[in-house]
Design a protein around this ligand. Structure first.
Ligand code: NAD
Length: 295
């Protein structure tokens, strides 16, 4: 079993670190926030005095931080203290360029590295059922896989440095767009006097079928476990969807890719977020769509 440093013990990192302990690893953690440190400690994580101190005896280092600038700054800070031969894994959702920068920092110090963002949310982090999308060399991925398996159920090697982040933002761009499409269809159906259940029964078994409809239906009723049945409590908050759509737009701009619907989806979630709904599940976008009628 490995000694693992875990930096960023928030909503996702806290339960992920706890699952590493359940799998028999020793975990030394660090976070800037006392409450996160206390919760992790209660789950069996040994708390270090600093990020650099947490990595001292680790053969694997994992970061789970808000954004690219945090990852690059923490990796710059800790890499001089990381043992030779250790493996660096970043599980945060960040921009592709920062992910590649982090890989380069590790490479300069002859450390293996993997970008491995996740999907599955806090529930997946708690239940160790996350999907990991990994980027990095084959040797680094092979070393990371058994560690990631303690926190998730599906681990996909997507390609070289940054490919995990690329897969994550492409997937979430599909999700953001498709949720708006499903919301628009239900809003139109309501105006046409078509019941939610009738539209669901047809579209869920026809060519309109998609995850946003069949697993995460944005109206209450047809899919009892979807956030629409629970006052649009997240789930996956609008602010996080906006973050991922913005990362997708940044990547599209720097790669010169045309993503007109991705851009429009970003604008729509931005308006919803700016109206104070950042904490609402992203499927609540249907309420914004209904509100546009007649304007
Ligand atoms: P969070 O804000 O709950 O946790 C981030 C933690 O990082 C915080 O506890 C913060 O104190 C800590 N931190 C920030 N800077 C630090 C530093 N310099 N040193 C040490 N700790 C530092 O966020 P989260 O929901 O756990 O998300 C983490 C990452 O996972 C994000 O990139 C997010 O986009 C991604 N993600 C989140 C979800 C979700 O549903 N919450 C789902 C998929 C991916």
């Amino acid at each position: 079993m490995a000694t693992i440093a875990f930096i960023g013990l928030g909503n996702m990192g806290g339960p992920m670190a706890a699952n590493l302990i359940k799998a028999g690893h020793k975990v030394v953690g660090f976070d800037l926030v006392q409450a996160s440190k206390d919760a992790a400690k209660a789950g069996g994580v040994a708390i270090a005095d600093s990020a650099a101190a947490s990595v001292k005896d680790a053969s694997v280092v994992i970061t789970m931080l808000p954004a690219g600038k945090h990852v690059v700054s923490v990796w710059t800070d800790i890499i001089p203290s990381v043992a030779k031969g250790a493996l660096m894994i970043d599980c945060s959702t960040i921009d592709v360029e920062s992910a590649r920068q982090a890989h380069a920092l590790a490479g300069k110090a002859s450390l293996m590295s993997v970008d491995a963002p996740v999907s599955g949310g806090v529930g997946g982090a708690q239940g160790a059922t996350l999907t990991f999308m990994a980027g990095g060399e084959a040797k680094a991925f092979a070393a990371a896989k058994p560690i990631l398996e303690a926190m998730g159920k599906k681990i996909v090697h997507c390609g070289d440095a940054g490919a995990g982040q690329a897969a994550k933002i492409c997937n979430n761009m599909i999700l953001g767009i498709s949720m708006i499409a499903v919301g628009e269809a239900f809003a139109l159906a309501e105006k046409l006097g078509l019941s939610h259940q009738a539209l669901f029964d047809v579209a869920s078994t026809s060519s309109g079928q998609c995850w946003s409809l069949t697993t995460y239906c944005p109206v209450p009723g047809p899919v009892p476990a979807s956030p629409a049945n629970n006052g649009y409590k997240p789930g996956f908050a609008t602010a996080l969807m906006l973050k991922d759509l913005t990362l997708a737009q940044d990547a599209a701009t720097s790669a010169k890719a045309a993503t007109p619907l991705g851009q429009h989806a970003q604008e729509i979630y931005k308006t919803f977020d700016a109206a104070g709904h950042g904490g609402v599940d992203f499927s609540g976008i249907i309420q914004h769509i209904r509100g546009l009628a007649g304007k």
